[in-house]
Design a protein. Structure first.
Length: 391
């Protein structure tokens, strides 16, 4: 008997690599093998690949090439932004005995855990609350800014519930504050679907990641606005303007640039397609399981994100049973599952969910290969699983 095809609905965790991206990487890996820091012909060729990729990526987000720092991924970029800003400002602003930073309570663990570590080191941290729909209020940011506030970090789109934050509005509030802290946004989930122009967004620092846009794993970038001071986390050969020492991943960076190009080219059409599938799936779930709880805003969310809780049921158990039926979903952030026990979502708790709902969340994130038939089958299989577990 022919087995059913597997349905992959965990694109927020990582995306499959696009064949065009893979081709660009293979060509580079095969033909360009020199060390970019070497001054011979092979090294110059490798340096040129990185330079062209930097120019291309910068142009797509409205930045200058020298404002792009290549890293090993989104987590490293977030760490560089937060620790890099805090460390340098400790040195440059000794008049403030204790630095204050602001982060939202629904950030990715690579931001939250940085904030908690800084707190252990003596910094003051405000964890901004969000509304029940998972949206950060710009007014709350304005009210939280103090004389010693050096950094605000609010993610562009949430990785668990897909809610889109008013980044440009928050930036405006920060610009009009008496004491203007730096503004960082984690845009890893946003790249495929939202406006990434840093001038329109008004950010000083922005994180993005190739593996979330059908590119290679282990490659990311941090946009650093000209004039923004940062302290490096990694020391060595002084690559990436001294901000990220270590021999660059040339083929990975070439793949990153190709993935970014494809994302920008496909963004409008693919977002519209996924939006229809997302809303169809939500309706199917609520029709088959009226007690299901949609987590986050019904409309102000990424076009590929659906997050439901099923009262009385464990989200992890649902994911395991879906997997057995050929459907890949998740309970939330893959990084959170590693950093914590994965049982209770800090994001769902932050939007007011009780432990029963926060423990039962299942995230479905659609992608370029997702079809309406996939959504129909997933809704049916999930309904059967929930029915069996409730018996």
């Amino acid at each position: 008997m022919k087995s059913k095809k597997r349905i992959y609905l965990d694109h927020a965790a990582t995306t499959p690599i696009d064949s065009r991206v893979l081709s660009a990487m293979q060509k580079t890996a095969k033909e360009i093998f020199g060390n970019p820091s070497s001054i011979h012909k092979e090294g110059v060729e490798a340096k040129k690949v990185i330079s062209e990729a930097r120019k291309d990526i910068a142009a797509r987000i409205g930045a200058n090439p020298d404002e792009i720092i290549f890293t090993g991924g989104g987590t490293e970029s977030n760490n560089l932004a937060i620790f890099g800003a805090a460390n340098i400002l400790d040195i440059r602003c000794p008049e403030y005995k204790r630095k204050h930073i602001i982060v939202s309570s629904i950030e990715h663990p690579s931001v939250l855990l940085c904030a908690r570590e800084l707190e252990k080191r003596g910094a003051e941290v405000t964890f901004l609350s969000v509304g029940n729909n998972g949206i950060v209020f710009a007014k709350s940011v304005a009210e939280a800014i103090r004389e010693n506030t050096v950094l605000v970090s609010v993610m562009y789109a949430n990785n668990e519930i897909g809610t889109i934050q008013p980044i440009a509005e928050i930036a405006k509030v920060i610009r009009h504050a008496k004491h203007k802290p730096l503004f960082h946004t984690d845009a890893c989930q946003a790249t495929n679907y939202l406006d990434m122009n840093v001038l329109r967004l008004g950010v000083d620092l922005m994180t993005f990641n190739a593996s979330k846009m059908y590119g290679p794993k282990g490659v990311g970038a941090l946009y650093v606005k000209r004039g923004v001071p940062l302290s490096p986390l990694v020391f060595g050969g002084g690559q990436e303007k001294g901000m990220r020492s270590g021999t660059e991943n040339v083929s990975g960076i070439a793949g990153f640039a190709e993935a970014m190009k494809l994302a920008e080219t496909m963004k409008e059409k693919e977002s519209a397609r996924l939006l229809k599938l997302r809303d169809f799936f939500i309706k199917e779930i609520l029709k088959k399981m009226p007690n299901a709880v949609l987590n986050g805003s019904a409309k102000n969310r990424l076009p590929n994100n659906v997050n439901f809780s099923f009262p009385g049921l464990d989200g992890e158990e649902l994911v395991i049973q879906l997997d057995a039926r050929g459907i890949a979903a998740s309970t939330g952030s893959a990084c959170a599952n590693i950093a914590h026990d994965g049982k209770v979502s800090h994001v769902l708790k932050a939007i007011g969910a009780d432990n029963d709902i926060a423990r039962g969340g299942v995230r479905f994130t659609l992608g370029r290969g997702t079809t309406k038939e996939d959504m129909k089958r997933t809704a049916k299989e999930l309904s059967d699983i929930v029915k069996n577990l409730r018996q």
